[in-house]
Design a protein around this ligand. Structure first.
Ligand SMILES: Nc1nc2c(ncn2[C@@H]2O[C@H](COP(=O)(O)OP(=O)(O)OP(=O)(O)O)[C@@H](O)[C@H]2O)c(=O)[nH]1
Ligand SMILES: [Mg+2]
Length: 193
């Protein structure tokens, strides 16, 4: 898969405004600060397409990005588990994520991101359960792989799989710094659209 073009399309905060056409969407879900926006920038090879920050809670809306002039879309979702956002905001974003995952007519696959250095949290487990309930296709991406040595990466993958009760093969290690895993994810997209 070659991404020749990527541009910001629109942002949405209400379920009635979700895009509904025949364009396939790939959505990025995960805890705040896990690296969702960075992964979109890495895959599209554009540094500032999706806004990233070391301060959690940056992405507050559903942000749509058009790829290859209408071939497919990336959907950057707000992160969960950012307590400083306040309970009201947390609930609002959680509802928005849930509504998107339940209602999007274009959603093909959810990329579910976990930090490879942190064992899945209770909220991650809830998200996994929810994803399974929706019946959506999903793929688990362990982010920030550059922060671990190869042997620690292997161990991390094993521990994540054990904690979630899933197979290790369901997890792709990725790094926005070294491009590790990038080609795997792009091939997956190519085979899915
Ligand atoms: N070393 C390293 N840092 C990363 C990687 N991916 C993301 N980061 C850093 O992690 C921080 C958070 O990244 P974001 O992409 O903004 O995370 P997000 O999941 O979009 O966060 P929210 O929008 O708050 O939900 C930033 O400081 C990034 O530079 C990676 O692969 N390696
Ligand atoms: Mg973000």
């Amino acid at each position: 898969m070659i991404i020749k073009q990527a541009k910001y399309l629109t942002s949405v905060v209400e379920k009635d405004k979700l895009l509904s056409d025949n364009v396939s969407e790939f959505a990025f879900v995960g805890r705040s600060n896990v690296g969702k926006s960075s992964l979109i920038n890495n895959l599209t090879n554009k540094k500032n397409l999706a806004k990233t920050s070391s301060n959690p809670g940056l992405t507050k809306m559903i942000n749509y990005f058009d790829i290859n002039d209408g071939e497919f879309r990336f959907v950057d979702l707000p992160g969960y588990g950012y307590h400083k956002a306040g309970k009201k905001n947390e609930q609002m974003w959680a509802k928005l994520i849930e509504e998107y995952l339940l209602n999007s007519e274009c959603l093909k696959t959810v990329f579910f991101l976990l930090d490879c250095r942190i064992l899945p949290t209770e909220l991650d487990k809830i998200m996994l359960k929810f994803l399974i309930q929706t019946g959506r296709n999903f793929m688990i991406i362990a982010t920030k792989a550059d922060k671990l040595s190869k042997s620690k990466q292997y161990l991390a993958k094993k521990q994540i799989a054990q904690t979630l009760g899933i197979s290790e093969e369901a997890i792709i290690l990725h790094s926005s710094q070294t491009n590790q895993g990038r080609e795997n994810i792009l091939s997956y997209i190519e085979n899915t659209i």
